[in-house]
Design a protein around this ligand. Structure first.
Ligand code: PHE
Length: 339
């Protein structure tokens, strides 16, 4: 009898629990109602009295061995599925999230859009590859007109009817073709000019142009709108309009904002005058309205256009326009915390 138990002890010791199923088979074999231990306890009654002690001890040893083995295996299996086993130490410090940032041009663009949205302008967009009509002809630049030289143009080599838009005024033509006044729209976008690249100019840059057309729109409306904009954008409340020329507006003007002369930078960027040129503007030429089937007898309007690189250079004190296009993370990271 004792020998049989010793053999069972060996068997249990050597038994390998590898998963839930083998663990369960061990339990069933020894601990269940019809298991080996139940039988052994039943036999216990028939054991002669003088052997009862050693036989009882042996059965208990076997029972404890099986129970402990199952308990250990259960713990091990539990651990395998635990958070610790899957993720490791959950109290260790985490990896810092690397927050992305917007490009300074996008920041300024969004700011301009916010300001004009708040006074009822919507946003319109159009293609970067344009036809001659929308970029020039409809804007009162006739073919061979010298005004076209103001905007050195990249033409599509295989078909010079098409070009890379030189300004987003082309979007305004498209907008007028598809919408009747009242029109209040701004057109942000990328534009292209065949210019030598330097710290101050680039062949790619971004503009926001605005168009307002309704009955009885006057030059005073234009001036107030721009004043509102410069106050919101730069916190400056003095502007002046200098006569200028654009084929699509008459009269036309350049807008200067009074930047002040408090710091050395103010002196440098305003060349000692305190004034900074920030955009072009004017009353929409009647020929432009006609080209888009808007009756100039009934409607009038104003337009304006500004370069975003220049705005961002002023707001963030950036010295070289090429920085915007190099995508150097050391430069871009500096704008991280902005909205
Ligand atoms: N389209 C002009 C430019 O690109 C800017 C402008 C827009 C001027 C509207 C006047 C009115 O230079």
């Amino acid at each position: 009898m004792i020998d049989k138990i010793k053999q069972l002890l060996k068997e249990v010791e050597n038994f390998q629990i590898t998963n839930k199923e083998t663990m369960e088979s061990l339990r069933l074999k020894y601990l269940s109602k019809k298991g080996i231990l139940t039988d052994l306890f039943a036999e216990f009654k028939n054991v002669p009295n003088d052997q009862k002690k050693s036989f009882g001890q042996a059965i208990n040893t076997l029972k404890n061995l099986v129970e402990n083995k199952i308990k250990d295996a259960q713990e091990q299996l539990d651990n395998q599925n635990s958070a610790y086993a899957i993720y490791g130490d959950l109290t260790r410090p985490g990896f810092a999230q690397n927050i992305g940032g917007r490009h300074p041009i996008s920041l300024v663009k969004n700011q301009v859009i916010d300001i004009f949205s708040s006074i009822g302008f919507n946003v319109s967009e159009g293609p970067e590859i344009e036809d001659d009509w929308h970029n020039f002809e409809a804007l009162n630049f006739p073919a061979h007109h010298p005004a076209r030289d103001m905007q050195d143009t990249f033409f599509v080599q295989t078909n010079p009817e098409y070009l890379l838009r030189t300004h987003t005024s082309s979007v305004q033509v498209r907008y007028m073709e598809n919408n009747q006044p009242p029109i209040r729209t701004i057109s942000p976008g990328r534009v292209f000019r065949n210019e030598a690249i330097s710290s101050r100019s680039h062949c790619i840059f971004h503009q926001v142009e605005g168009l307002y057309i309704d009955k009885d729109v006057s030059f005073a409306d234009l001036k107030q709108t721009l004043l509102y904009f410069t106050k919101e954008m730069f916190g400056k409340s003095k502007i002046r309009l200098r006569p200028s020329y654009f084929p699509f507006t008459e009269p036309s003007a350049e807008v200067d904002v009074y930047w002040g002369l408090k710091t050395e930078t103010d002196y440098r960027i305003t060349k000692g005058t305190g004034w900074l040129e920030i955009m072009g503007c004017g009353m929409v030429d009647p020929n432009v309205l006609k080209a888009s089937n808007i009756n100039p007898e009934e409607y009038s309007g104003f337009a304006f256009g500004m370069g975003l690189e220049r705005m961002a250079m002023l707001l963030y004190q950036i010295g070289d326009i090429r920085m915007y296009f190099e995508n150097d993370v050391r430069f871009l990271e500096q704008f991280k915390s902005n909205f």
